[in-house]
Design a protein around this ligand. Structure first.
Ligand code: AMP
Ligand code: GLY
Length: 429
C-alpha cells in the first residue's frame, strides 16, 4: 500500500517501523519526517521523506491525490486540530485521524469535559475559570494538591500539579492570558495510557502502556511530552486479574461511550483515541483524552503488536473496524527511554552532533527511533529538538529489556543530553 505518514517525531518513526515490519512491500512517504526515518532500513518496503507542511490540508490533499496515496496517517495533534483530516476526507482519501471537530477532544479540555459528562465517563471534578478571582475560589474549593491546566494545546507543558497555592495561581495567571484555565481535583494513583482505534462507530483496544511525564528521576522536575514508557503493565493483574479485563472495563466505560457520543453529535471520531487514565482507590478516572497516538507510548505498544498495523489503520479509516478481530500482542515486553537535549523542556539546545547510534543499535533487542534529528554538514546526525531519540528495547522480561535500553544509551553521545535512569524500574524488580 502507498501510505503517507504525517509528522516528524519518534511516534511517526515507530509507526513507519511497524509498517515495514509487516514485510508487505508498502511504499511509505513520511512528511516531513526526520533524518532517522529517511534512513530506516529498506527491508519490507520503501521509505521516502518529503518536505511537505503537514498542517496545510490543501497541500497534503494535493500531494496525496497526485502521488496515488491510498491511506494517510496523521501522527501529531497540530494537523488534526488544523482540520487536515477533513480536507482529505472531503476528497475521498482514506485518512486515519479525526476531523477538526472530534480532535477538539484533545485541543480543548472544556470540550473534552463536556463530552465526558454527556457520555458519563468517570473523571475528576473540575472548575473552569476565566479570571484570577474564579481560579482562586476554585483552588480553595478543591484544595491541595492543586492541578491547574491550560484549556488549549500546550505540548504537555500546560499542566501544573503543586501543593504551593501561589505557584498554582501564578501558573493560572500565565495561561489566563491565552484563554480559560481548568482547576481539577487531584487524582492519586498509577497512570495508564490506553489507546483505542475507532472508525467512528466501532472501537478496538491496543495494549496499555505507562508514560513517565516528569523530566527527572523519581517523578521530579517539570512536566514534559514524556521521557520514557513501558508496556504491558503487569501490576494491572493484581486488581483486574488480567490485562483483558482492565481493557474491557475501559472500553465499556470510557472509549465506547465517548465514540458513540461523538457519533451521535455528528462529529465521528475516526482515528486513535488516547485515554489518559489514573487508577485511583475509588476506580479509574480519565485525566485527559488525546486524538492521536501517544509519544513515547507508541514506541513500546507498536513493537508488541502482532496484527498488521496497516490493516487496522485502513479498517478504521474506511469504517470496517467492526469486521476485524481484536489486535493481538506479543507477550514480550518493551521499554523506551527518551534521550533529550540539554535544557529540555524549557529551552533545549539544538544543533549538536549525535554519535554512537550504530553501536547502540547492535545491542540485542534494541531499536533506536529518531524524534528530532537531521544530517549535519559532515553527514552525521545532529539534534534538532528537545526529545531527540527513543531507545526502545524489547525482550522476554523487564529486567533484560531495561538493561538493554540503558546499555544502548550508554553507547550514544550527545553533549549535555539527559535521560531518566528509572524507566520501568518499578516493574523490573
Ligand atoms: P495532562 O496534560 O492532562 O496529561 O497532564 C499531564 C500530567 O499531569 C499527567 O500525566 C499527570 O501526571 C498530571 N495530572 C494531570 N491531571 C491530574 C489530576 N487531576 N490529578 C493528578 N495528576 C494530574
Ligand atoms: N506521552 C503523552 C502524550 O503523547 O501526550
Amino acid at each position: 500500500m502507498r501510505i503517507l505518514v504525517l509528522g516528524s517525531g519518534a511516534r511517526e518513526h515507530a509507526i513507519i517501523v511497524a509498517l515495514l515490519r509487516e514485510n508487505a512491500g508498502h511504499e511509505l512517504v513520511s512528511a516531513p519526517g526526520n533524518a532517522g526515518i529517511a534512513a530506516s532500513a529498506q527491508v519490507g518496503g520503501t521509505v521516502e521523506t518529503v518536505g511537505l507542511d503537514a498542517s496545510n490540508g490543501k497541500l497534503v490533499a494535493e500531494y496525496a491525490a497526485d502521488n496515488g496515496i491510498e491511506l494517510v496517517v496523521i501522527g501529531p495533534e497540530a494537523p488534526l486540530v488544523a482540520g487536515v483530516a477533513d480536507v482529505l476526507r472531503a476528497k475521498g482519501i482514506p485518512v486515519f485521524g479525526p476531523g477538526k471537530a472530534a480532535a477538539a477532544l484533545e485541543g480543548s479540555k472544556a470540550f473534552a469535559k463536556r463530552i465526558m459528562d454527556a457520555a458519563n465517563v468517570p473523571t475528576g471534578r473540575a472548575h473552569r475559570g476565566s479570571t484570577v478571582a474564579e481560579v482562586e475560589s476554585a483552588l480553595d474549593a478543591l484544595g491541595a494538591p492543586h492541578v491547574v491546566k491550560a484549556d488549549g494545546l500546550a505540548a504537555g507543558k500546560g499542566v501544573l500539579v503543586t501543593d504551593d497555592r501561589a505557584a498554582a495561581l501564578a501558573h493560572a495567571e500565565f495561561y489566563l492570558q491565552q484563554g480559560d484555565v481548568l482547576v481539577e481535583e487531584f487524582l492519586d494513583g498509577q497512570e495508564v495510557s490506553l489507546f483505542f482505534l475507532s472508525d467512528g462507530h466501532d472501537v478496538v483496544p491496543l495494549s496499555p502502556a505507562q508514560d513517565y511525564k516528569r523530566a527527572g528521576d523519581g517523578d521530579t522536575g517539570p512536566n514534559t511530552g514524556g521521557m520514557g514508557a513501558y508496556s504491558p503493565l503487569p501490576w494491572l493483574n493484581d486488581r483486574w486479574g488480567s490485562e483483558a479485563s482492565f481493557v474491557d472495563e475501559i472500553l465499556d466505560t470510557v472509549a465506547l461511550p465517548t465514540v458513540r457520543t461523538l457519533e451521535a453529535e455528528g462529529t465521528p471520531f475516526i482515528g486513535l483515541l488516547y485515554c489518559g487514565l489514573i487508577v485511583t482507590q475509588h476506580g479509574v478516572r480519565v485525566i485527559e483524552f488525546n486524538a492521536r497516538f501517544g509519544d513515547p507510548e507508541t514506541q513500546v505498544v507498536l513493537p508488541r503488536l502482532l496484527t498488521p498495523l496497516s490493516s487496522l489503520l485502513l479498517a478504521a479509516a474506511t469504517g470496517t473496524l467492526g469486521r476485524m478481530p481484536y489486535p493481538s500482542f506479543s507477550s514480550d515486553v518493551a521499554v523506551v527511554v527518551v534521550l533529550a537535549s540539554e535544557g529540555y523542556p524549557e529551552s533545549p539546545i539544538t544543533g549538536r552532533a549525535i554519535t554512537g547510534l550504530d553501536a547502540a543499535s547492535e545491542v540485542t533487542g534494541v531499536t533506536v527511533l529518531h524524534a528530532a534529528t537531521a544530517h549535519g554538514s559532515d553527514g552525521g546526525f545532529v539534534a534538532t529538538g528537545g526529545r531527540v531519540l527513543g531507545v526502545v528495547a524489547q525482550g522476554a522480561g523487564f529486567p533484560a529489556a531495561r538493561k538493554a535500553a540503558y546499555e544502548a544509551l550508554g553507547r550514544i553521545h550527545l553533549d549535555g543530553s539527559q535521560y531518566r535512569t528509572d524507566i520501568a524500574e518499578r516493574v523490573a524488580r
